[in-house]
Design a protein around this ligand. Structure first.
Ligand code: GAL
Length: 668
C-alpha cells in the first residue's frame, strides 16, 4: 500500500492547453492521485446517448504519464439540463412540500425510476470504458449523498418499505399508535410523507420516514455499485465521499457497509462556521466517526486547500494550517489526503471556494505548502500507511436517536449532535483516543463506553450494553436515554426504560428548562482540584435511586437535594447516569470517568496541542499537532525517533512551531 496524496481536478473547466502544466505541477508536488469527472455528466453525455469520453481519456492518460493514478467519480450528483427537462417529477420535493428547480446540484429524487434508469446507463458506460484502464484505481459514487425527498414517488416507495417492515397494516397502526387523532390507516396508499402540514406528524411515521430516506440513498448507491462491479475488477476500489460526523440525515454506518472504503470531505473553514473555537475537536470527531464506519483507515477525498466560500469567503488558512489540517486527518487514521480543489474556479457557484492555485493559476504560498507536505509523504508515507488506531473509549452514535431528535428536540436548546460533540470535546482535550461505534457494536475491546442521549432503544441494544457492563465495562448514559422503543413510542415503564436496572435509578420526574435558565448540582466528593458545584441548563432528570450511589445532587428549586448524577455497580462493571444534558458538568465528570476506567491520555500536552497515536508492526506513531499560533513545548516520557527530522532521536521535550507538526515513533 502507498500513501495517497492527491487532488480533485476538473480538466473540463480549463483549456486543454493548460492540462500539461497542471499535471507537471501536481507531479512536482509529489501527488500520486487525482479525482476526476464527478460533476462532468454534461461533458460526458452532451445529449442523451451521445457520448464524449475522449477528453476524459486524454486527461487520464496525461495523468498516468505523470505517474498519477485516477479515481473516477460517477457524475450523478449533478445531472445535465437535458435530463432534468425530461420530467418535472425528477426534482426532489423538500420538507416544505416545494419542488426544487434546476440551477444547483443534488436536486434529484433518488427513488425516481427514470433517474435510476439514466444512472444505470451512465455508470455502465463509464464502467465498461475504464474497467481495464491501469491508471483508474478506484471509483467514487455520486457526491455527498444528501437531503430527504418528500415527493409522490418517494411516498409510493415508502409504502412498499413499510409493508416490508411490518407484518400488516394493523401491526403498523398498533406500533405507531394511530388511534391517536383517528389516524388509523386502512390502506397503505393513505399514508402520507411527513411533509409540512399543520404541525408535527405522528412520531412513529416520522421516524420511519427518516429511516426510509436514509435507506433510499443506501439503495441508490447499491444500484451504482452493482453496475460498476459487473465490469470493474476488485482492484478498482469503490467509495463515496461522506460529510463527517455533522451530517445527520443518512445512517452512515448503513451507507458505508456496501463500500470498499470510506472517504470524506474535511473542511476546517467555510462560510458557515467562521470563528468556531471548537473546530479542532469537531474535525477530530469527524475523522474518528469516518474511521468508525468500517473500523478501517480512510481517506480524505476533499481536504481544504484554501479559503472556502460560496456567497461569502471564509477565513484564509494561515501559513502552516493546510499542512497541519492534513496531518490532523492522518493522525486520526487517514491513509490518503486528496485536496479540494486544484485551481480556484473562475465560474460557477464555487468561484470563491479556493483551490491550491488561485484563479490565475500561478503557484503561490498554498502550492508551496502542499509541495512541502508532498515531499514529506514521499519520505514517510510508507511508514504511516495502514497503521491502526486503538481506543479504550467508545462513543455510541445512534442514527435512530438522531433522527428521533430531529422530529422532537425535547428542549429548544437541545441538539443531539452538539451534546455528543461536547462530551467528545472533553475527551479530545485530554488526548484520549475515542472510537465512534454504532449501538450494536461489539463493545468488548473498550473499557469505557459513552452513549449520549441514547433515546431510541431496541431490546438488542439494551442487551448489548448490559453484556458490556456485566463483563466489566464502564458505561455512561445521559438524560433522555431509554425513552423510546424502535417505533418511536414512549416506553411503558419508568425511565430510563430498558436501562433502569442497569443504572439502578429511575427518573421520578423531568424538568425541561427554559432557554438560558440555569440551575446547579453539587458533587459530594469532587475530584481533587475540580469544582464541587457546576451550573446545569437545558434538562434535569430528577432521580430516585434503586441501588445506585449518588455522586451529585441538585441544589435549587423544588427538587433541591434530589440526585442528579449516580453510579451503579452492575455485574463486574459500573454505570454512570447523568441526569442533565448540559456540557459544563463534563469538566468534572470526564476526569472522574477516566480515573474510574483507568484510561490514560496518549501524552500530556499543553493546550492547543493535539496528540494521537497509531500503531503498526508493534511500534507506535505519535502525532503531535500544534493548533496554536505560538510555539509550544511538549514534554516527552521517553526517547523516540522524529520521523520528520530524518530520524533524529529526541528525548525530554520537543518544540512545535506555530501550526507545527511532529511525528515520533518508538525506537526500533
Ligand atoms: C463539498 C463538495 C464539493 C465542493 C465542496 C466545496 O461539499 O463535495 O463538490 O462543493 O464541498 O463547497
Amino acid at each position: 500500500m502507498t500513501f495517497i496524496y492527491g487532488v480533485d481536478y476538473y480538466p473540463e473547466h480549463w483549456p486543454v492547453a493548460r492540462w500539461a502544466t497542471d499535471a507537471k505541477l501536481m507531479q512536482e508536488a509529489g501527488m500520486n492521485l487525482v479525482r476526476l469527472a464527478e460533476f462532468a455528466w454534461a461533458r460526458l453525455e452532451p445529449r442523451q446517448d451521445l457520448y464524449d469520453f475522449d477528453w476524459l481519456d486524454r486527461a487520464i492518460d496525461l495523468m498516468a504519464e505523470h505517474g498519477i493514478d485516477v479515481i473516477l467519480g460517477t457524475p450523478t450528483a449533478s445531472p445535465p439540463p437535458w435530463l432534468m427537462a425530461q420530467d418535472p417529477t425528477l426534482f426532489r420535493v423538500n420538507e416544505e412540500g416545494r419542488r426544487l428547480t434546476y440551477g444547483h446540484r443534488r436536486a434529484y429524487c433518488p427513488n425516481h425510476p427514470l433517474y435510476q434508469m439514466h444512472t444505470e446507463r451512465i455508470v455502465t458506460v463509464m464502467a465498461r470504458r475504464y474497467a481495464g484502464h491501469p491508471a483508474v484505481v478506484g471509483l467514487q459514487i455520486d457526491n455527498e449523498f444528501g437531503d430527504r425527498c418528500y415527493c409522490d414517488i418517494c411516498r409510493g416507495a415508502f409504502h412498499g418499505w413499510l409493508a416490508e417492515r411490518y407484518d400488516s397494516l394493523h401491526e403498523m397502526n398498533e406500533r405507531w399508535g394511530t388511534a391517536f387523532w383517528s389516524h388509523i390507516y386502512t390502506d397503505w396508499e393513505m399514508i402520507p410523507t411527513p411533509v409540512a402540514t399543520v404541525a408535527p406528524h405522528n412520531p412513529g411515521l416520522a421516524l420511519d420516514y427518516n429511516r426510509f430516506c436514509s435507506d433510499s440513498y443506501v439503495r441508490y448507491q447499491r444500484l451504482q455499485i452493482e453496475r460498476l462491479r459487473q465490469y470493474c475488477p476488485d482492484r478498482q476500489r469503490i467509495t463515496h465521499n461522506f460529510m463527517g460526523f455533522g451530517y445527520p440525515n443518512i445512517n452512515y454506518f448503513d451507507l458505508a457497509r456496501d463500500l470498499d472504503f470510506v472517504t470524506w470531505d474535511a473542511y476546517w473553514r467555510h462560510q458557515w462556521n467562521m470563528g468556531n473555537p471548537a473546530q479542532a475537536s469537531n474535525m477530530a470527531l469527524s475523522h474518528d466517526t469516518m474511521r468508525g464506519l468500517k473500523q478501517q483507515t480512510f481517506w480524505v477525498m476533499e481536504q481544504q486547500s484554501g479559503p472556502g466560500g460560496w456567497e461569502l469567503v471564509s477565513e484564509s488558512p494561515k501559513p502552516g494550517q493546510l499542512r497541519l489540517w492534513a496531518y490532523n486527518a492522518i493522525a486520526h487514521g487517514a491513509d490518503g489526503i486528496v485536496f479540494f480543489r486544484w485551481r480556484t474556479a473562475r465560474h460557477g457557484a464555487e468561484q470563491y471556494w479556493h483551490g491550491i492555485l488561485d484563479h490565475h493559476g500561478e503557484p503561490g504560498r498554498r502550492y508551496h505548502e502542499v509541495v512541502q507536505m508532498g515531499q514529506e509523504m514521499q519520505d514517510i508515507g510508507d511508514a504511516i500507511v495502514g497503521a491502526q488506531t486503538q481506543a479504550d473509549v467508545a462513543m455510541i452514535l445512534s442514527y435512530d436517536s438522531r433522527f428521533a431528535f430531529q422530529i422532537q428536540a425535547n428542549n429548544p436548546s437541545f441538539n443531539h449532535s452538539a451534546h455528543f460533540q461536547e462530551i467528545y470535546h472533553t475527551l479530545h482535550e485530554r488526548q484520549v483516543t475515542v472510537d465512534i461505534v454504532p449501538p450494536d457494536a461489539d463493545l468488548t475491546p473498550y473499557r469505557l463506553a459513552i452513549a449520549p442521549a441514547l433515546h431510541v432503544v431496541p431490546e438488542e441494544v439494551a442487551d448489548n450494553l448490559r453484556r458490556f457492563v456485566d463483563g466489566g465495562g464502564i458505561l455512561v448514559l445521559t438524560a433522555r436515554s431509554g425513552v423510546k422503543d424502535e417505533t418511536n413510542t414512549v416506553v411503558d415503564a419508568k425511565l430510563p426504560g430498558l436501562f433502569a436496572d442497569l443504572c439502578g435509578v429511575t427518573v421520578s420526574e423531568y424538568v425541561s428548562l427554559a432557554p438560558h435558565a440555569q440551575t446547579q448540582v453539587t458533587f459530594a466528593e469532587p475530584v481533587a482540584g475540580l469544582p464541587a458545584t457546576v451550573a446545569v441548563s437545558v434538562w434535569c432528570d430528577v432521580l430516585e435511586v434503586d441501588g445506585a450511589e449518588v455522586l451529585a445532587r441538585y441544589t435549587e428549586d423544588y427538587y433541591a437535594g434530589k440526585p442528579a448524577v449516580t453510579l451503579n455497580h452492575y455485574g463486574k462493571g459500573q454505570v454512570l447516569y447523568v441526569g442533565t444534558l448540559s456540557a459544563p458538568i463534563y469538566e468534572v465528570l470526564t476526569p472522574l470517568l477516566l480515573n474510574l476506567a483507568g484510561v490514560q491520555p496518549v501524552f500530556t500536552a499543553p493546550a492547543d496541542v493535539e496528540v494521537t497515536v497509531r500503531h503498526r508492526d508493534g511500534r507506535r506513531l505519535f502525532f503531535l499537532l500544534n493548533h496554536a499560533a505560538e510555539l509550544r513545548t511538549v514534554t516527552l516520557a521517553g526517547t523516540y525517533t522524529d520521523l520528520l527530522a530524518e530520524g533524529k532521536t529526541v528525548t525530554d521535550a520537543v518544540d512545535l512551531d506555530p501550526y507545527g507538526v511532529c511525528i515520533l515513533t518508538d525506537l526500533p
